[in-house]
Ligand binder design. Structure first.
Ligand code: ZN
Length: 129
């Protein structure tokens, strides 16, 4: 069963017609959100034009909120396609990660324990929307 087709509602930040913005259950940094299409697709090339447009709008809005409210030094927006590239859930998802010079992207562990989002991290992210 796909975890993005059966989302933990606590992680949802907002929804649009075709996509959902959510906090990452296994955050790569303090501010790691994801945007997913509501429809289960594997690849960016599986999206319709309407879905692509909708997702890009959500990504842009989220980046704008992070820039305005969090003021990080930088922001990563990326997707991983294929296991070799680090895709662990076969449902397309874009990561949005606030970056600062003293941080390290963590939680790329493929095996073993991953660090779950903390209550404080989730509260901070939810305060942006
Ligand atoms: Zn799915």
């Amino acid at each position: 069963m796909c975890i993005f087709c059966n989302l933990n509602k606590d992680l949802i930040l907002l929804e649009s017609k075709y996509s959902v913005l959510l906090a990452n259950y296994f955050p790569l940094s303090d501010f790691n959100m994801m945007v997913i299409p509501k429809r289960h697709v594997y690849s960016i090339t599986d999206l319709s034009v309407e879905e692509s447009t909708d997702i890009m709008g959500i990504i842009t809005m989220a980046v704008n909120n992070i820039k305005t409210l969090v003021k990080p030094e930088g922001i990563n927006v990326f997707l991983n396609e294929g296991e070799i590239a680090g895709q662990t859930v076969p449902h397309l998802h874009f990561h949005i990660v606030a970056r600062n010079s003293n941080d390290v992207l963590e939680n790329f562990k493929r095996n073993g324990e991953k660090d779950l989002i903390t209550t404080d991290q989730l509260k901070l992210i939810k305060s942006l929307f």
